[in-house]
Design a protein around this ligand. Structure first.
Ligand code: NDP
Length: 283
C-alpha cells in the first residue's frame, strides 16, 4: 500500500458490530488495491458533515447503513436507477459529476439467491417493509419474480412497496397485514425474512411453519449470526435455507467493483467475513 491510499468506508450507528470492514480490506489486500475501508460511527445529526468530510478528503466511495440510507439521498448529486426506485442508498460512488447513490442491498441478495435458485418465476413472501424489504422486492421483481406478497405489521409501508412494484415492474405484488403466526401462501416458492427480528434479543419471527409448500426456500437477511432461529425452524419444517451472509458478501463485492472497477474474489472476502463474525460477540 502507498503512503496515500484511496479511502472508502461506512457511515452508520451503531457501527461496532459491522463486520464489513474485514472483508473489504481483505479484498483490497488480495487484489493489491491501494485503498482502505474505515468503519465510522456517525450519528444522524453528523451525516452531512461526514459526507462533506468524505468529499474534502477525496474518498472514492462509502457505504451507508442504519439509520442513514434515506437521509443520505439529499446529500448526493445523482441516483442510479435502482436507488431511485428503492428510495434508499447504501453505497455512494464518487464520479467526476459528484456523488452517485446506488443501492446494492437487493443486488447482493439476488446474487446470493442465484447460487441456489433462479429468481425468475418465483412466488415470494417477503416479511417486513423496511429498507431491506424494499430493495429485495424491487430487485426480485426486476429479475422476473412472478408474484410477491409483502407482509408487515404496519400495512401502510407494505402497501407502498406493493404500489411501487406494481407501477414499475411486471410482477404482481400484494400487501398483507402481518398478524402473529401468519401462514405461508400455498403457492409460495420463496420466503424472505427482511425484518430486523432475529438479531440477538429481538424476539422470534412470528411465521407459522406448521404447513409449508413443498420445495420451499426460506431466506434470512440477518448476516450475524448467520444461522438464525428462523432458519433453523424453517429447516426443521423441511425447507431449504439461505442465510444473510451471502447477501452481505455480495453487496460488498458489488460495492468494490463500483468504486475500483475490480470484481473481487468472493472466497477471500468470505473467509475474512467469517473470521470477523466468529470473533464478534453481540453486547
Ligand atoms: P428497517 O428499520 O427499515 O425495517 C425493519 C423492518 O422490520 C420493518 O418492516 C419493521 O416493521 C420490521 N420489524 C421490526 N421489529 C418487528 C417486530 N417486533 N415485529 C414485526 N416486524 C418487525 O430495517 P432494514 O430494512 O434496513 O433492515 C432490516 C434487517 O435487514 C436488519 O436486521 C439489517 O441488519 C438487515 N440487512 C441485511 C443486509 C445484508 O447484507 N445481509 C443488508 C441490509 C439490511 P414495521 O414497519 O411494522 O415497524
Amino acid at each position: 500500500m502507498s503512503l496515500l491510499p484511496a479511502l472508502t468506508g461506512s457511515f452508520s450507528t451503531p457501527a461496532a458490530g459491522n463486520p464489513t470492514v474485514a472483508m473489504m480490506e481483505a479484498a483490497y489486500a488480495h487484489h493489491g488495491i491501494d485503498a482502505r475501508y474505515v468503519n465510522c460511527d456517525v450519528a444522524a445529526e453528523g451525516l452531512a458533515d461526514a459526507v462533506r468530510g468524505a468529499t474534502a478528503m477525496g474518498w472514492i466511495g462509502f457505504n451507508c447503513s442504519l439509520p442513514h440510507k434515506v437521509a443520505v439521498i439529499e446529500l448526493l448529486d445523482e441516483l442510479a436507477q435502482s436507488a431511485r426506485l428503492i428510495g434508499a442508498v447504501n453505497c455512494a460512488v464518487r464520479r467526476d459529476n459528484g456523488w452517485i447513490g446506488e443501492n446494492t442491498d437487493g443486488q447482493g441478495f439476488l446474487a446470493s439467491l442465484r447460487a441456489i435458485a433462479d429468481p425468475t418465476g418465483q412466488r415470494v413472501l417477503i416479511l417486513g417493509a423496511g429498507g431491506a424489504a424494499r430493495a429485495i422486492a424491487v430487485e426480485l421483481a426486476l429479475a422476473g419474480a412472478a408474484e410477491l406478497w409483502v407482509a408487515n405489521r404496519n400495512i401502510t409501508k407494505a402497501a407502498e412497496i406493493a404500489a411501487l412494484v406494481t407501477a414499475e415492474t411486471a410482477s404482481a405484488c400484494t400487501a398483507v397485514e402481518w398478524h402473529r403466526d401468519l401462514t405461508v401462501p400455498e403457492s409460495a416458492t420463496l420466503v424472505v425474512n427482511a425484518t430486523s427480528l432475529g438479531l440477538p434479543g429481538s424476539g422470534e419471527v412470528p411465521l407459522s411453519f406448521d404447513s409449508i409448500p413443498p420445495d420451499l426456500v426460506v431466506c434470512d437477511v440477518i448476516p450475524n449470526p448467520p444461522d438464525t432461529t428462523f432458519l433453523q425452524r424453517a429447516r426443521q419444517a423441511g425447507a431449504a435455507t439461505l442465510d444473510g451472509r451471502g447477501m452481505l458478501l455480495n453487496q460488498g463485492a458489488i460495492n468494490i467493483e463500483l468504486w475500483t472497477g475490480v470484481d473481487p474474489d468472493r472466497e477471500v472476502m468470505g473467509r475474512a467475513l467469517d473470521e470477523a463474525i466468529a470473533g464478534w460477540v453481540h453486547p
